[in-house]
Design a protein around this ligand. Structure first.
Ligand code: RM4
Ligand code: MN
Length: 387
């Protein structure tokens, strides 16, 4: 391997991974939400927990909010609270999937009054971005139908396009929206934004402030996600990631847990495609239903860091030479050689250089923070996603 480890470490120092406020609250499946001890009761406490993840990893300086789960009276004060804890508010996530009015859709609903209500929420999210200084609005719609004939598929695309155009119009010069897609669920027959192509087509029409976000859990099994990443980057249309792992559907498990090799392949395409910059939002979108939440987030950040380190270690010159020569096995060997490298010593070294504990999981466990929140947050209502 010819890549200089100092270069790899320098690149890793610039990495930024955003954690989601909802990962710190209670969550579950449609069958049961298992309450955990020490769970935040307020958006401020979620930010406090996110700050712990940054404290031990050094690369998670922002936290995404979800509205209305993180609704507060004063968003500028919330942003200040974050800065006081050494982190910042990141993307604002809209929520038009948990109101009774949205049973048949939000921005694609047949009733214009419901569409208007949903659009107003999206615009309110941009108002919040103005106050928090957030760059990105993440849009995910649960809209779709369950039965053939239930609604007009094309009319729903028109309604979607209309709402997206109105949001686009409202964005400030330094703001963008990231349009998410998802194969299915909660709608089972049609989903109005089911795949990257649909999201891409809507974004392309609107302009540079509309970008596609790839949630790694939102594809059919076997989908080649790194190809999607490569294509979108090439077109200048990749805005970011919602990282998580899946075995079956939208499992929201810890990124890199189910398929670390896939995460490595994705990070390789990010790096080769020039996407390893702040222009791409690297976010986690996960829920920790059975594992402790803060350690779950730390583990996830470390998993992304590990995959990135391996991807940075690829001997690109040797890879290109093998590719040019048509040396299929040689090229694959170079690719696998980097993947099979144990990067843990290099990462421990990097952390020591950054003034961090080489073992973030152990350092957090030793810190006593969990005992503090377990005892200090006994009263009041634990935050949760309230499905
Ligand atoms: C969706 C999607 C969104 C997230 C919600 C909670 O499936 O992934 O990004 O905000 O879940
Ligand atoms: Mn997502």
């Amino acid at each position: 391997m010819t890549t200089d480890s100092a270069q790899v470490k320098a690149a890793l120092r610039t990495q930024r991974i955003e954690t989601p406020s909802w990962a710190y609250g209670n969550s579950g499946t449609r069958f049961k939400v298992f309450a955990q001890q020490g769970v935040p009761r307020t958006p401020q406490e979620k930010i406090d927990d996110a700050a712990q993840v940054h404290k031990y990893t050094g690369i998670a300086p922002t936290v995404a909010l979800h509205i209305p789960w993180d609704k507060v009276d004063d968003y500028a004060a919330l942003a200040q609270h974050a800065r006081d804890r050494g982190v910042q508010v990141g993307a604002i996530n809209s929520n038009v999937f948990q109101d009774d009015d949205y049973m048949l859709g939000s921005v694609t609903h047949p009733d214009p009054k419901v569409r208007e209500k949903a659009l107003n929420h999206l615009l309110e999210c941009v108002d919040i971005m103005d106050e928090t200084g957030s760059r990105d609005l993440k849009l995910w719609f649960s809209d779709g139908t369950n039965y053939p004939g239930q609604d007009d598929i094309r009319a729903r695309q028109d309604r979607l396009a209309e709402a997206l155009a109105a949001v686009y119009e409202r964005l400030g010069d330094d703001q963008r929206f990231l349009l998410e897609y998802k194969l299915f669920e909660p709608a089972f027959y049609t989903t109005d934004l089911p795949d990257w192509g649909t999201s891409y087509a809507h974004c392309l029409k609107l302009g540079p402030k509309a970008q596609v976000v790839v949630d790694t859990g939102h594809h059919a099994p076997g989908t080649n996600i790194e190809f999607i990443v490569a294509f979108l980057l090439r077109e200048g249309k990749l805005g970011g990631f919602d990282f998580n792992s899946r075995f079956y559907a939208d499992d929201d498990l810890m990124v890199g847990a189910a398929d670390p090799f896939q995460l490595y392949r994705i990070m390789d395409q990010v790096i080769q495609g020039g996407g390893y910059t702040d222009e791409i939002a690297f976010m986690l979108d996960q829920c920790h239903n059975i594992e402790p939440k803060i350690p779950g987030q730390i583990r996830s950040v470390l998993n992304v860091q590990e995959a990135t380190a391996k991807a940075l270690l690829i001997d690109i010159e040797a890879l290109r030479a093998a590719q040019q020569a048509g040396d299929v096995l040689g090229a694959n060997a170079v690719f696998m050689d980097a993947y099979n490298t144990d990067v843990r010593p290099l990462l421990a070294e990097l952390r020591a250089e950054m003034g961090l504990d080489p073992d973030p999981m152990a350092a957090y466990a030793r810190s006593g923070y969990f005992e503090k929140i377990r005892d200090g947050r006994k009263d009041g209502q634990a935050a949760g996603w309230g499905a």
